[in-house]
Write a protein that binds this ligand. Structure first.
Ligand code: ADP
Length: 448
C-alpha cells in the first residue's frame, strides 16, 4: 500500500480524501494556491505545497507544478478528486510516465469517455441503450435538420467535449435549431477548444439515474447501486438520493447487469459512473464519468463502503474489499449540495464565514471544508458543503434532512440552504415525484 498520496484538489473533496487516507495510515500532501493558504485541506494534511496563484490555471490545473510537488514530497500516488484535472487523460498519462500512480482509470478510458460522441458509440457496442440522435459530430446545418426531422422536435445540441452542465442548447423548431447549432459550436469551441457538437432527442420528463461501479484489476466488478440526481438547475445537480424512488427492482437489476457487462468488456479500473436518462420505463445512456463523483456519499451511506478507500486499494493493485456483484442498499440516503450563492439570483457569494454550525445526530453527515473565520475565495466552485442524511426508509431520511437543514447555520455569506429547506418540504419531493425539469419549474413559481 502507498505510504504517501498527493491530493491534487482543494476544499471539501480534498478533505474527504485526506480523511480516508489517514484511516488507511497513509500520509497526505495537500497542494494549494496562494488564495488557499489557510484552507482546511491544508491544515489537515501531513504536509503541504503552494503550487501557484489563485486562478485555477496557475495552480490546481498547473500540471508541472503539481508533479513537481509530488516529486519533492516523495508522494507515490496522486488522487485527482473531481473537477480540475480529474478527467484529464494527459494528466493521468504524464503522472504514470513519471512513475507515480494515478488513482483513477486508465488514461484511454478517460479519453474515450471524455469525448461524449465516442462514449455513446462505445456504450452502443456494449449494448447500452442510447437516445435517438445524430450518433456523431454535426458540421452541416442540413444534416442537423434532417436528423431532427427524423427523430422529431424538441432536440438538444450537445458539445462532444462538454461537462458540468455546459454546452447544451435545446431547439423546438427548425429555425431555432439553425441558431442553436451555430451558437453551440461557437460556445463549445471557446469553452472546450473543441467545437464538435451532436444532436439528441430532448426528453421532456426524464429522471437522471446513474449507476456507481467499482472495478479492480483482478476482474472483479461491483455495482454499488444507482443514484437519482434529477433535481437540477441548469443541468447541475442540487439534490441526489439513493435508491431512486422511481425505479422498480426489476428495472434496476436489468440495468445493473448491462452496466456490469459493459465494465467487463471495457476492462475498466477504479470508480466510475454510468449516467442515464430514464423516461417511460426506458433507460438511455448519456455519458460516463471516469472519476469519483460529488454525490458518492449517498452510496457510501447505504452500502457502508468507503468509495475512496476502494479507489486507493484498486490503484495499488489490490482486490476490491467487497466483491458482491450487486449491493443491496441498506435504508435510504439523500444529499443536498450547499452552495455559497444567493438562493434567489444564484450570484456567487464568497467572503468571510462569521458563524458555522453543522448539524449532527444519528444518520447525519456533513462533508465540508468550512470553519468559522474562514474566507471563501471567489475563484473556485461554489459548493462549500454537502449535507448527507441516512434513514431506514425514505420517509425517515426526508424527515431527518428537514431537521438537519433547520439546524445548519452558515453566517456571513449567502447560501442556498433556504432553497433546500423549501424544496424538501414540497409535496413533489416528499412523494419522490420529480423530473429533471421540476427544480426549474419550482424556481419559476417561488420566491425565496
Ligand atoms: P454534463 O456532462 O455537462 O453534466 P450530461 O450529458 O451529463 O452533461 O447531461 C447533464 C444533464 O442535462 C442531464 O442530467 C439532463 O438533465 C440534461 N440532458 C442531457 N441530455 C438530455 C436530453 N437528451 N434530453 C433532456 N435532458 C438532457
Amino acid at each position: 500500500m502507498f505510504k504517501k498520496i498527493l491530493i491534487a484538489n482543494r476544499g471539501e473533496v480534498a478533505v474527504r480524501i485526506h480523511r480516508t487516507c489517514r484511516e488507511m495510515g497513509i500520509a497526505t500532501v495537500a497542494v494549494h494556491s496562494e488564495a488557499d493558504a489557510t484552507a482546511l485541506h491544508v491544515k489537515l494534511a501531513t504536509e503541504s505545497v503552494c503550487i501557484g496563484g489563485p486562478q485555477p490555471r496557475d495552480s490546481y490545473l498547473n500540471i508541472p507544478a503539481l508533479l513537481s510537488a509530488a516529486e519533492v514530497t516523495d508522494a507515490e500516488a496522486i488522487h485527482p478528486g473531481y473537477g480540475f484535472l480529474a478527467e484529464n487523460a494527459k494528466f493521468a498519462e504524464i503522472t504514470q510516465k513519471l512513475g507515480f500512480t494515478f488513482i483513477g482509470p486508465n488514461p484511454e478510458h478517460i479519453r474515450q469517455m471524455g469525448d461524449k460522441i465516442e462514449a455513446i458509440r462505445a456504450a452502443q457496442t456494449f449494448g447500452l441503450p442510447t437516445i435517438p440522435g445524430s450518433g456523431g459530430a454535426l458540421s452541416e446545418i442540413e444534416e442537423a435538420l434532417s436528423v431532427a426531422e427524423k427523430i422529431g422536435y424538441p432536440v438538444i445540441v450537445k458539445a462532444a467535449a462538454g461537462g458540468g452542465g455546459r454546452g447544451m442548447k435545446v431547439a423546438h423548431s427548425a429555425p431555432a435549431l439553425r441558431t442553436a447549432l451555430h451558437v453551440a459550436m461557437n460556445e463549445a469551441g471557446a469553452a472546450f477548444g473543441d467545437n464538435r457538437v451532436y444532436l439528441e432527442k430532448f426528453l421532456e420528463k426524464p429522471r437522471h439515474i446513474e449507476v456507481q461501479v467499482l472495478c479492480d484489476s483482478h476482474g472483479n466488478v461491483s455495482i454499488l447501486g444507482e443514484r437519482d440526481c434529477s433535481l437540477q438547475r441548469r443541468h447541475q445537480k442540487i439534490i441526489e438520493e439513493t435508491p431512486s424512488p422511481a425505479v422498480s427492482d426489476e428495472q434496476r437489476q436489468t440495468l445493473f447487469a448491462k452496466v456490469a457487462a459493459a465494465c467487463k468488456s471495457m476492462g475498466y479500473l477504479g470508480a466510475g459512473t454510468f449516467e442515464f436518462l430514464y423516461e417511460n420505463g426506458q433507460f438511455y445512456f448519456i455519458e460516463m464519468n471516469t472519476r469519483l463523483q460529488v454525490e458518492h456519499p449517498v452510496t457510501e451511506m447505504v452500502t457502508g463502503i468507503d468509495v475512496v478507500a476502494e479507489q486507493i486499494r484498486v490503484a495499488a493493485g489490490e482486490k476490491l474489499r467487497h466483491t458482491l456483484p450487486v449491493f443491496t442498499p441498506r435504508g435510504h440516503s439523500i444529499e443536498c449540495r450547499i452552495n455559497a450563492e444567493d438562493p434567489q439570483t444564484f450570484i456567487p457569494s464568497p467572503g468571510k464565514v462569521t458563524e458555522y454550525f453543522a448539524p449532527g445526530g444519528l444518520g447525519v453527515r456533513v462533508d465540508s471544508a468550512l470553519y468559522p473565520g474562514y474566507s471563501v475565495p471567489p475563484y473556485y466552485d461554489a459548493t462549500v458543503a454537502k449535507l448527507i442524511v441516512h434513514g431506514a426508509t425514505r420517509e425517515e431520511a426526508v424527515t431527518r434532512l428537514k431537521r438537519a437543514l433547520e439546524e445548519f447555520v452558515i453566517g456571513g455569506i449567502k447560501t442556498n440552504i433556504p432553497l433546500h429547506r423549501k424544496l424538501v418540504a414540497t409535496q413533489a419531493f416528499m412523494r419522490g415525484e420529480y423530473t429533471i425539469h421540476s427544480l426549474e419549474a419550482f424556481l419559476a413559481e417561488n420566491r425565496l
